[in-house]
Every structure is written in structure tokens, then in C-alpha cells.
Design a protein around this ligand. Structure first.
Ligand code: NDP
Length: 268
């Protein structure tokens, strides 16, 4: 039977998910296709999903919370994050998952012995990362520019600060989840403070991909092991593919095909 998948977002033209999934679908000889769906009005999320007959979907900015609200059942850590990036359609019921969280954890597995983390930023990605770290018994502290988004973290028993009340400590890993550095050359935090935090850390990671951000440049300057968000992107897709096809295909094989796309087809 033909299967149809998509990525929902606004905008969505930039997404590399169709490339990753379609290449892998083809490599396995599956009769399926993965497209793009730009949704301007979140109100029509569920209706669009069902009317188009999608078997599954990924969801990107700004629809992850909308997707969460429109699912009939939520599995796993997505319940804590309250955002969904992967959905399957089970006989007309939408089942939601969050693979950003586990994708992030897969991406830092090479960094050994992490016990504490400082997460810069308090948006959706920070929520996913803070929650997965908690399940792995890594103490996550959140630091955000402004106060509003801190509430979620305090309400969920995380240590969380805004710039105005932050007391720096030593953290094993510094994680940038802000969009500082995405389209500009901004630091996610005042440069001197950031430098001091990096100095006492072991590792640095930025979830922004395809760019050496000013934050990563500082990490490099201090000879700290560091990486961008490309592996996070890769692994969230690998885990979503497993869910789409009910774990019929080996994770290592999915990863191998998707890595090929990263290495050979994409200049990201
Ligand atoms: P949100 O819009 O939900 O949150 C953005 C956060 O960044 C807010 O906490 C905001 O602070 C902070 N911020 C924005 N600009 C600055 C700045 N100049 N200085 C300091 N803080 C700033 O975004 P998301 O969590 O959805 O996404 C964040 C990043 O993660 C994006 O760059 C996105 O591309 C990337 N991403 C990467 C993925 C991957 O697979 N590699 C997956 C998903 C996202 P405030 O509250 O004060 O406004």
C-alpha cells in the first residue's frame, strides 16, 4: 500500500526532511512518498492532516505545540515537553511523539561523563533538551534572556534563571538553543560571561546547524570539544523514520542512508 508522509511548518520550503526521508524510503524500496505542507492557519492542522490522508508527519516551527494539542494520544517524553514533532495516523487517530529530545541525546553520546548542563534559551528546543537530560539524570539549568519563558522550567522542577538573576556555576556542557547566531553574529549571552562559562565546561553544542556560530567559535578558541546541531537533526529524523515504519527497518541502516544524504547530497 502507498504511504504518504509530510512535514508541516510555516515556512517549510527550507526543510531537508523530505530529502532525508525520500532517499531512505527509496533505499529500502518502500512504496511511499514524503512531501511538504505549509500551513498558514494552525486551526486547520488536524483537518488538513486527515483530509490529505497522511500516514505520518513531522512538524516544525511554529506548529509543534499545535500538533501536540491536536493529537488523540501522546507517547513518551512529548507529554512533558508539550510539543510534538512526529505524528502517525493509526486508523484515523493521531499519535504524537517528540524525537527532537532523543535526537539531541543521541547527538551528544560521544561526549562522555556529563552530569550537568547549562541550556541557553528557553524555547521549544530547550524544553525538549531539558526533559531528555532529566531522564538521563543530567542536571539541566536553563538561562534565558527574558523572564517569561522561565516559568515552564520552574514549574517543572528545573533550575532556571533569566539574565537578571543568574549566578554562574560550573557546568559540564553548555548548550545553545537560542536563535542568536542563526541569521546574525550575535552571542547568546554577554561575551565575557559566556567565555567564563565555556572555560569551566568540558563540551559545547549549538543546535543551529550548517554554521559555525559565534558561540561555537568561542568554544573552538578555547579548544573545547564542540559540535553544531546537524547530528541532532539527523537523529530526530532517524527516530521519526523508525516510528513511521513501525520499527521494521534497522536503526543503523536508516542512519547509514540518512548520513549519505548529509554527506553527499546536501551542502549543509
Ligand atoms: P524559540 O523561538 O521557541 O526560542 C528561542 C529562544 O532563543 C528564546 O528563549 C529567546 O529568548 C532566545 N533568543 C532569541 N534571540 C536571542 C538573542 N539574540 N540572545 C539571546 N537569546 C535569544 O525557538 P526554538 O527553541 O524552536 O528554536 C531555537 C533554535 O533551535 C533555532 O535556531 C532552531 O533553528 C534550532 N533547532 C535546531 C534543531 C536541530 O535538529 N538541530 C531542531 C529544532 C530547532 P527570549 O525568551 O528572551 O525571547
Amino acid at each position: 500500500m502507498n504511504k504518504l508522509f509530510t512535514i508541516f511548518g510555516n515556512p517549510v520550503s527550507h526543510s531537508i526532511s523530505p530529502l532525508l526521508h525520500n532517499y531512505t524510503i527509496r533505499a529500502f524500496g518502500i512504496n511511499a512518498c514524503y512531501g511538504r505542507t505549509m500551513l498558514e492557519n494552525p486551526k486547520y492542522f488536524r483537518e488538513t492532516f486527515l483530509k490529505c490522508g497522511f500516514n505520518g508527519a513531522n512538524i516544525t516551527v511554529p506548529l509543534k505545540e499545535t500538533a501536540f494539542e491536536n493529537c488523540d494520544e501522546i507517547y513518551g517524553i512529548a507529554n512533558n515537553i508539550k510539543a510534538v514533532n512526529t505524528i502517525i495516523n493509526k486508523n484515523g487517530k493521531l499519535i504524537g511523539y517528540n524525537t527532537d529530545a532523543s535526537g539531541f541525546y543521541e547527538s551528544i553520546k560521544e561526549f562522555k561523563g556529563i552530569k550537568s548542563a547549562l541550556i541557553l534559551g528557553a524555547g521549544g528546543t530547550a524544553k525538549a533538551i531539558a526533559n531528555i537530560l532529566k531522564t538521563k539524570e543530567i542536571k539541566a539549568t536553563v538561562l534565558n534572556r527574558s523572564e517569561k519563558r522561565i516559568k515552564y522550567f520552574l514549574d517543572n522542577d528545573f533550575e532556571a534563571f533569566s539574565w537578571s538573576n543568574f549566578y554562574p556555576k560550573k557546568y559540564d556542557i553548555i548548550i545553545n538553543t537560542t536563535s542568536a547566531g542563526l541569521k546574525d553574529n550575535a552571542f547568546p549571552l554577554e561575551e565575557n560571561l559566556l567565555n567564563a562559562l565555556i572555560k569551566t565546561s568540558y563540551y559545547c553544542i549549538d543546535v543551529i546547524y550548517n554554521k559555525q556560530t559565534p558561540f561555537l567559535k568561542l568554544a573552538k578558541k578555547q579548544n573545547k570539544p564542540h559540535k553544531d546541531g546537524a547530528d541532532m537533526l539527523l537523529y530526530q529524523a532517524v527516530l521519526a523514520f523508525e516510528i513511521f515504519f513501525n520499527y521494521q527497518y534497522k536503526k543503523n541502516d536508516i542512519e547509514k542512508h540518512m548520513k549519505y544524504v548529509f554527506g553527499h547530497l546536501l551542502k549543509i
